[in-house]
Unconditional design. Sequence first.
Length: 231
Amino acid sequence: MNKMTEIIRERLFSHQDLKYRDFHSALMPTVDKDLVIGVRTPELRKLAKKLAKDPEITVFLADLPHKYYEENNLHGMIIEMEKDFVKCMDMLEDFLPYIDNWATCDLISPKIFRKYTAQLLEKIKVWIQSDHTYTCRFAMKMLMTWYLDEEFSLEYPEMVAAVDSEEYYVNMMRAWYFATALAKQYESVVPFIENKRLDDWTHNKTIQKSVESFRIIPQQKAYLKTFKVRA
């Protein structure tokens, strides 16, 4: 362990909240509880903001894999703040293979991507085919974040529908994507449900999430329920 990582780890442990650790680690069954320090997100973001300006932070970022969950989240938050698209993408591609849980994966959403959606899309097309659970999940999260409004095209739900995986955290994101797509682009996306384009589990989970959504009107919810696949 290098000196920079040691300093950062000491800072993280100085903000440890054991009750929060116990609560939060229960939400991440893929992460060993002993590898969760228990640092609340606002404290992590404050630390990330300070560290992003430190010229030595590159030493920490290169020290992969990290040991602790919060070290991974800190890494992701620092990537988020990068304002140079090419540098941000290089940092992200170095880090993606080391992400080992849904929470770290989902927190990363660099604002710089808003200005480079065409270039980002080319990366998404590669990531979405990855066998690494959280690289694939991240690709779908980016499609959900940046391509369901003015950038929308039927090409994108087709990409998500084409993902063939038995991984829970991949298919949960597929369902989340389609539920969000139904909320934002209902007429274009509802045929994916009507024609049962998804596997049964993801199909039913999409309907469940849509019914729970405040953004989908009651008539649409009632209609979607008629397509639930019975076991």
